[in-house]
Each structure stands twice: as C-alpha cells, then as structure tokens.
Design a binder for this molecule. Structure first.
Ligand SMILES: [Zn+2]
Length: 529
C-alpha cells in the first residue's frame, strides 16, 4: 500500500529538471532519500514544506573538480561548497589525493600535498579506495565521488622517484586501479604539472587507462606541461587525445578554457579536440569562470628536485648550491611568478594575500629566492593564486569565452576549489552562482535550463552517478532551490570568503542541508555512485 504523506514537499516552484528541457511549474514530494512524486501536491501531507513560490527547483550541482579531499574530513559541513548549491563533488583531482596508499606513503603524500589540500588527520586508513570512501559516507554534508589519483598509484608501486612504471610494477599499478574501480571509483585522474605524476610517459598512461576503459571509467587530465618530451606530441592536448585513441578510455579535460593570453581564442582552443571527437575519441571538458588559477608553488621547481619526496626536497631547498641551481632554472623559463599572490602560508598567515613580488621587494631578494625561503619556512605548505588581469576588457573577454565554452553540450563545471588559507581563490565560494548569475545575465548564449544541464545531468551521466543529476521520480533528492533573478556570487579576488546570494535551500539525499541560507548541520552526503 502506498504511503500518502511526504517527508518534504517543495511547493510552488519552477522545476528545472536537469535535462535542458524548459522549466515547468510543479511541486516536488520527497520520501526518505528520493523524489517520490512531482505534480500538484498542494493538498498533500508533509512533515516539512519548503515554500518555493517564485523560485527555481533544480537538481543539486555536481562539481566535477574539487580539492576538498582533506578539508571535508576536518570541516564536514563544507559550507563554501554547499551554499553554492553543490551536492556532489568529484575528488582525487589532478591525481593528487590519498588512496590507495600504505600508512607510510599516506603520511608522506599528506606532507607533500599540504599546500594544496591542508591537513587531514594523520592516522586514517587510506589503504584502499573503499577505505577512503568510508571516511566520507554519511559523514559529510555533500556526496563525494572519487577518481583514483595517478600520483598515489605511482607512489605505491615505484615510490616517489623519477622511475619508469613498467614490468611488475606496472602490473601492480593495473591491479590497484582494477581494485579501485571495483570499489566504486569513477575513473583515474592525473595532473601533469605535478609529481610524481609527471614522471610518467604516454605509454604508461595508455596502459593504465586500458584498465579504466574496461570499467567504463573516465580519464580526467590536467594536461602535461612539464617533462613534455615524455608526452606524445609534446604533452598537452595531443597527449591526452593519444591516450584516448590508444586505450579507448573516455577523456575528460580539467579546467580547459581561455586565459588572459588566449582571450577570445575559443575556436583555436577546441580545434584539435573537435577533430579527435569527429574521429571517435570520446571527450568531455570542464571549466570555472575566472581568468586565473590557483595551485601550490612546488610546481615551479625543477622535476629532479622532487625526486625522493618531501624530505629530499626539503634538504635540497636548504642547500645553498641546490638553491642556486633552482633559482637559475626558474629564471631561465617563462613563468607567472610575478602574478602569484599567496593564499595559504599557515606559519606566516600575515603574508596571505601578499604578492610574491611585494614580499621579494620587502626582503630585498629575488622572487625565486623569496619563494624558496617561504617553502622552507612553511615546510612546503604554501598555496597561491594568479592575480586577475589589469585590463577589465581582457577579463570580460575571458568571462565571455567561459560562457561560450559552456554552451557546448560536452562541457560541465569544475570549480577547482581549494579550500585552505584565509584568502583563497574566489572560485571556492562563487563558481556556480557566478555562472548562473553574473555571467548568464551579462552574456546570454545559453538558457538557464541549458546552463543547469551542464551542472547536473551532464556530469552525472559522464561519471556514472546513477540516480543523480535530474529531478524525476525515483531519483535521489539532491535539490537546489534558487532565485533565478537574484542568484549571484559575492566572492571576489580581494574578498573571497563570501557566500553567494539567492540560494535559500539545498537538499542532500532528501535532507534539508541549507535552510533559508543557513547550513543545518545535517551530514547526509554519501560516497557515490
Ligand atoms: Zn585542480
């Protein structure tokens, strides 16, 4: 016998179902974790009624690229993501995370990644993807999906060394990926600006991706820009496409967009990818709507000084001869050090928000030397972002490019959020509402429903998150209720920790997680799919 009452009814809203179809007026009734009914429920019994008159009711947003692996463990409320309407985040991004790792390797990688991810508890079991997932399941406010990190696979098989992954070690690596996929991972992620990932070559990645392809998983890649001679076609896009071609894996391009130096060149950016797609390589892409990025500055150092891991790197940073060589290396290559602004310096937090250039001037030293002093002082735990362009016109062009790219049906939204430090990149607080508010109103090009589709159904389908990404009967009740007229981001480069406007309610697995713009403390997030 069917039950008559609902746990929650969302009344009077405009339903954007996630498919891109036009919004329609309907009430949404929820029982337990799922959507039980959509229609006229104005007379239905409900334990909780959410008044959505004048508001849009959409599937919760799926963030395809978030660096909250560690902060979710220490701040499971995760207000900065949740308040944007994000109900699912895909972790393990850039191949930089914690499982599967032995206890020793977990502690080592935890230190190496501290500038990007922060400080997760030291004694967690990270020995398998299943163990990793168990730390989040029903313990965090949002759902989490996981990509097996390429860095962990290398660390577990050949250690933190610049060694080829071949022979027995390659067999071990494939076994670890097979186990991880069987334990619920959605793919394999790498970041080829980082170590140990960038010690790989194309052949290694093809071999690993063959296993991912067997499971229908996705190869998620931040493209190669170091050790480029090891990558097919010099790394970058050609290598990623070659990996797709030779392994048959689905390829997903991380944070792929124009930047100030390529503003307006959307067609050129996607030309190679579209050509490969026409030949049958299965590609999707993601982006965030800001002109500059954020990372950890170890990436500026030469490849070989990372060999051996964080202790070896610290010893080299303290050695004056090694230091001199690193400075020369950095000064010989084009880099964007002069636009670096520190987001995270836990022992020198008074310097957060300062540019490297200003700190160097103050110290009467070069930028390279100052950076090395800070890395030593902080024991590698340093984060930075790029300063936005001086020209508002360039910035607006990049914003326009972002909307143009998102109008493609193969795009989704990945915030690339980094949640550490007092002055993080604003994308951690504003990514999704910035697209739905400011940018949609400024540039049009796609409808509200299409934009929501890129944030919901598109990633759910790509990453196999079954039962998510749509408002339909039987789907998990991950729902965001927002005001399409008022929604906007408030996080800026100079004041980034500001919650957005116009998102009064967020539900995760049927539980009200944000109520009248307040986090409720409910931790209903699951490890998905
Ligand atoms: Zn990233």
């Amino acid at each position: 016998m069917a039950e008559t009452g609902f746990d929650v009814v969302i009344l009077g809203g405009s339903v954007i179902d996630g498919t891109g179809a036009a919004a329609y007026g309907a009430d949404v009734g929820i029982r337990g974790e799922t959507i039980a009914e959509i229609g006229d429920l104005s007379q239905a019994q409900a334990r909780r009624v959410v008044d959505a008159v004048g508001l849009s009711v959409a599937p919760g947003f799926i963030d395809t690229h978030a660096h909250s692996d560690a902060v979710l463990l220490t701040d499971p409320q995760h207000a900065d993501g949740l308040r944007q309407g994000i109900t699912t985040e895909i972790l393990g991004q850039d191949g930089l995370s914690y499982a599967p790792l032995s206890p020793e390797n977990y502690r080592l990688n935890r230190r190496y990644l501290a500038g990007l991810l922060g400080d997760p508890p030291e004694d967690l079991d990270m020995s398998s993807v299943a163990a990793f997932r168990s730390h989040y399941h029903k313990k965090t406010a949002i759902n989490t999906a996981y990509c097996i990190p390429h860095g962990a696979i290398r660390l577990e098989t050949v250690g933190f060394y610049d060694k080829p992954l071949v022979g027995d070690a390659l067999d071990d690596a494939k076994r670890l990926i097979r186990e991880g996929m069987e334990q619920g991972a959605v793919g394999l992620a790498t970041g080829m600006s980082y170590f140990p990932n960038a010690w790989s070559d194309t052949d290694e990645l093809v071999e690993l991706c063959k296993v991912v392809a067997e499971y229908g998983g996705v190869y998620v890649t931040h493209l190669r820009d170091v050790n480029t001679e090891r990558g097919f076609g010099g790394g970058d896009v050609p290598e990623a496409l070659e990996i797709g071609r030779r392994s048959g894996v689905k390829v997903h391009f991380s944070h792929y967009r124009t930047q100030p130096d390529s503003a307006g060149k959307v067609t050129e950016r996607v030309e190679l990818i579209d050509k490969a797609k026409a030949e049958g390589v299965d590609c999707t892409l993601e982006l965030y709507p800001y002109p500059t990025g954020s990372s950890y500055p170890i990436r500026y150092l030469p490849s070989e000084v990372n060999d051996g891991g964080p202790d070896a790197l610290m010893n080299r940073l303290r050695d004056p001869d090694e230091q001199r060589r690193m400075i020369e290396y950095m000064q010989e290559r084009p880099n964007d050090l002069s636009s670096a602004v520190f987001t995270y310096l836990p022992k020198n937090s008074h310097l957060e928000g300062m540019s490297l250039r200003d700190i160097a001037d103050e110290r009467g030293k070069s930028m390279e030397e100052s950076l090395m002093e800070l890395l030593v002082d902080e024991e590698l735990q340093v984060g930075y972002r790029g300063a936005p362009p001086d020209s508002v016109a360039v910035w607006r062009q990049v914003s326009r490019d972002c909307v143009e790219l998102l109008s493609r049906p193969d795009y989704m939204v990945g915030s690339d959020s980094i949640h550490v430090g007092s002055l993080p990149h604003p994308r951690a607080y504003g990514c999704f509402p910035r697209f739905l508010g400011r940018l949609r109103r400024s540039f049009g090009m796609l409808t509200l429903e299409q934009m929501v589709q890129r944030m919901t159904e598109n990633p759910a389908r790509r990453f196999g998150l079954s039962g998510r990404g749509r408002i339909e009967r039987g789907a998990f009740a991950d729902i965001v209720v927002f005001d399409a007229e008022r929604i906007n981001d408030n996080a800026t480069y100079d004041d980034p920790c500001q919650f957005p406007t116009g998102i009064p309610y967020v539900l995760v697995n049927g539980q009200v997680a944000v109520d009248s713009e307040r986090c409720t403390g409910v931790l209903a997030g699951q490890a998905v799919p």
